[in-house]
Design a protein around this ligand. Structure first.
Ligand SMILES: Cc1cc2nc3c(=O)[nH]c(=O)nc-3n(C[C@H](O)[C@H](O)[C@H](O)COP(=O)(O)O)c2cc1C
Length: 243
């Protein structure tokens, strides 16, 4: 049952607009909190955006306004070392928050927490969409939600009752991601050709937004230049200089 749920995941970007109750949100967040967390640091905070104006602004700043308009709830998931700094101060210690390692720890913690939230929400029939677009304007978003130093937005998320569910998007072939005992770079040439063919067929025949596209071209177009080059400076302003 859990596996079927996981295998049927698709992102949802259009919802009925029906608001999600406080009780449901609290239940989903508490469930998410049971995700494993590196060294028990629990380095995440989530802003539940109930103010309509802020929700709309978050959509605009994320360059994804459309799904925020119909969402039943919207969230901003943040890496959080502020609470850990305060924990240290309670013990008379100034913690070393600023390190590349802590950024990795925080990102892993938020991702696991968020994905637990997603699975819990999908198990109740809701649809979700992660919004990495929240990193397009991280300074403005930090200001909008009063994020202090040592707290930065990793992604936003919309959730709601779907108006329609897309067909599941085929993932890479198993052999492309599963290596036995040692990493095999040789196998990609063939496997990626096969995957391009699979995705070309998927994009050409899916029920909405049909297009001519394949995976290697999509990835090449996406990664041809540095993405969000301002992030390093933004993180430094938040207290993470990658020491
Ligand atoms: C961290 C993260 C950030 C994402 N950001 C966006 C986004 O800004 N806008 C969007 O429409 N989808 C976003 N997505 C959704 C992905 O595009 C989607 O998961 C991927 O294309 C696979 O499709 P599926 O989720 O329907 O299987 C994001 C997903 C993740 C995990």
């Amino acid at each position: 049952m859990v596996k079927e749920l996981l295998r049927s995941h698709t992102s949802v970007r259009k919802y009925t607009g029906e608001k999600i109750s406080k009780e449901t949100v609290q239940d989903l967040i508490e469930t998410a909190q049971m995700a494993a967390t590196s060294h028990f640091v629990q380095a995440y905070s989530v802003i539940w955006v109930t103010d309509e104006e802020k929700q709309q602004k978050l959509g605009e700043l994320s360059n994804n306004p459309f799904q925020f308009q119909t969402a039943g709830a919207a969230f901003l998931f943040c890496v959080d070392f502020k609470r850990l700094q305060i924990a240290g101060q309670k013990q008379g210690v100034e913690i070393v928050a600023d390190s590349a390692e802590n950024v990795l720890v925080g990102v892993a913690d938020v991702a696991l927490f968020a994905q637990n939230f997603v699975i819990a929400a999908e198990s109740e029939g809701y649809g979700i969409c992660y919004i990495g677009g929240a990193r397009n304007n991280p300074e403005e978003i930090s200001e909008l939600f009063d994020l202090p130093d040592y707290v930065f937005p990793l992604f936003a998320m919309t959730i709601g009752t779907p108006t329609k569910r897309n067909e599941a998007k085929p993932r890479l072939p198993l052999d492309a991601v599963l290596h036995e005992n040692s990493y095999d770079v040789e196998k990609y040439d063939q496997l990626l050709d096969a995957y391009d063919a699979t995705l070309e067929q998927y994009y050409a025949s899916r029920s909405s937004n049909q297009k001519i596209a394949n995976w290697t071209k999509q990835m090449a177009d996406f990664l041809i230049e540095q993405r969000r080059p301002f992030i390093k400076d933004f993180l430094a302003k938040k207290g993470f200089t990658w020491k």
